[in-house]
Design a protein around this ligand. Sequence first.
Ligand code: FRU
Length: 479
Amino acid sequence: MTENERHLLQRAYEEVKKYQEIVQSDPYRLDYHLMPPVGLLNDPNGLIQFKGVYHVFYQWNPFNTSHGAKFWGHYTSTDMVHWREEPIALAPSEWYEKNGCYSGSAIESEGKLYLFYTGNVKNDDGTRETYQCLAASSDGIHYEKYGPILHLPEGYTAHFRDPKVWKKNNRWYMILGAQTKANRGTAVLFTSIDLFHWEEIGMIAGAGINGLEDFGYMWECPDLFYLNGKDILMVSPQGLDPNGHLYNNLFQSGYFIGEFDYANNKYQSGPFIELDRGFDFYAPQTFMDETGRTILYGWMGMTDEYEQYQPTISYNWVHALTIPRKLEYKKGKVYQKPVEELTKLRKDRIIVNNVKIKDQQVQFDGVEGKTVELVLEALKVNEGKFQISLRNEASLIYDSSKKEISLQRRNVRTGLQESRTCLIESLSKLHIFMDHSSLEIFINDGEEVFTARYFPNPKVETITFQGNAFFSLTKWDLV
Ligand code: FRU
């Protein structure tokens, strides 16, 4: 370990200790989501199940609730429910990463866990440098850095980052998010046989490929994975203009469905599909666990003009990751479902069967709370609107005549109501995860998902239902 690394680690641990109490006293601290112990968290990184243990790393600025020279924070678990905070995996201590150990991925090879990440360098004259770096560990906890293994190739700006690595037919592949010299977002593929030497294959998606027109100025955090017979390319494009109900957040996350031909290195795909319909969702990543499930974590946040207004900032922390979601490809879409392990969080069940409500606003005995899981099944909305109001701060509204579902909440900066909407052919099931300041709403078993942070009055726990609807309701308190 270098002197600089030792020094940075020490400062980061001091910061955790110094603010521990205030962070923990925040009424908006979440109960069952991964959060930074202090400071700012953004992307999930290096997702892997290694020797039976789940590892989740994350982009972390321990020194501030703003973005900066990122570390890789680290959590482990054997069930994706109970997590342990591990020592910091990577600190931005070396010249090639001095402004951040940026996002990346993990693989296992010959009993070792390898982390690929982007070394981010910002020079005084405003220019940037980017290095794809490698670190490895035998125990999954302590990492040895090998430094840069890939330099910026010709044709791209220094916005070239977020390596995701996987193995296919005894070769390694790495996909990176990039910006062409013409300022277009793209995904670039590399291959290797030894993890240390990488050869460029080229762009496999972006403007001008597969009929895609101009599609943003930068693509971040790409991920190419096989799911039920399809090769899904997930990316987080920046610079898309809002288009009706689409692309209303500052940055987007979504996927293409296609086939990757490994013999000719060609990716054929359809159009871009947005992955989440809520306000706070970005930079998702997937991994395949030992049971063969493809599991996704996303960042429940966004680098937009509102992030600095989140009330958690006065408690010296900001942002969280989503709950883990199992992906499935069916009916031309990627479905997302909370992983089954989360049922371990359930306590105190309440069931209300065969509810029929008409117009008036209703509440049900015991159906209230802050950390709650709600399932509405056999749901039928006969006419008009059906609305669930959550702690007086957010509402889910289904408009049966327009076949639109919307999530409404109060904006943290303006105090005004804002909403996100998507079309849904018919509504039959809602599955809602509430934590103290987060909502994850799964529609029709994961056909659509709305993810959002919200900041209700901590004393308000009311949940109300209104409209013409028929359903059976189950509610659990969580944790
Ligand atoms: C996405 C991102 C990545 C980058 C990281 C830096 O949110 O901008 O492209 O590696 O965050 O923290």
